[in-house]
Write a protein that binds this ligand. Structure first.
Ligand SMILES: [Zn+2]
Length: 220
């Protein structure tokens, strides 16, 4: 009985004494915005890195990454905010909800189209709804044809459509000599050094025909 009582008291002591570590509300000033989902909060003389929980903003190099950082800066930089958090990530950042007065900043970022709802870690229906609305209204990052999720981007995914459009645009360039009636591939021996690049559609319009030696690319 003594032992049980000891452990009860001990565990209560651990719970309460470390409550500032296992989840709490912090009040402080945002002194840095690292990107669209990470800020540094100064509370008295201590600073805390805070990762906005449940959302994921585009990476710095990603389309809209800088816009997301700017958007978050405009909302919270230099302001006093409340951060509610209950766990840390593996980088030691507090995973938290940021409130500017009554405004829930995490949600606002998603609602404005500056961040994704981080569905792998968050099942929050309000964030899901905010993203759906942003998407329907083509707000922010949703204005792009192909918005790549930051988690996919980090694994190396890039916009395939744009790449293939670029590739096909290049593929549709053929080469002609000043007096030629045929069009060629760039490496065709008939071209010599006089070949000039021209769009396939254009040489077709002028009535040129493909060279029988080099077989330049035909229209798909
Ligand atoms: Zn040729």
């Amino acid at each position: 009985m003594q032992v049980i009582r000891f452990w009860l008291i001990a565990s209560f002591w651990v719970c309460f004494s470390s409550s500032h570590l296992v989840g709490a509300a912090l009040n402080g000033k945002v002194i840095k915005v690292a990107d669209g989902d990470t800020v540094t909060l100064l509370v008295e003389k201590k600073s805390y890195r805070v990762r906005l929980q449940g959302i994921d903003a585009p990476e710095a190099q990603q389309p809209f990454g800088q816009a997301a950082k700017k958007a978050l800066s405009e909302k919270v930089f230099g302001h006093r905010v409340t951060v509610r958090w209950d766990e840390k990530d593996r980088y030691g950042r507090l995973l938290g909800q940021i409130y500017l007065g009554e405004v829930w900043v995490n949600q606002l970022m998603v609602q404005d189209g500056y961040a994704w709802h981080y569905t792998y870690y968050s099942k929050d229906s309000r964030l899901a709804r905010s993203q759906q609305l942003a998407r329907e209204a083509s707000r922010g990052l949703w204005a792009r044809e192909q918005a790549i999720a930051p988690w996919d981007w980090r694994r190396g995914k890039r916009p395939l459509l744009e790449d293939s459009l670029e590739a096909s645009r290049i593929a549709q360039i053929v080469y002609v000599t000043p007096k030629g009636e045929k069009f060629h591939r760039q490496d065709c021996h008939h071209l010599g050094t006089k070949g000039k690049p021209e769009a396939l559609a254009s040489v077709r319009n002028r009535g040129l025909t493909p060279c029988k030696r080099c077989h330049p690319k035909e229209d798909p």
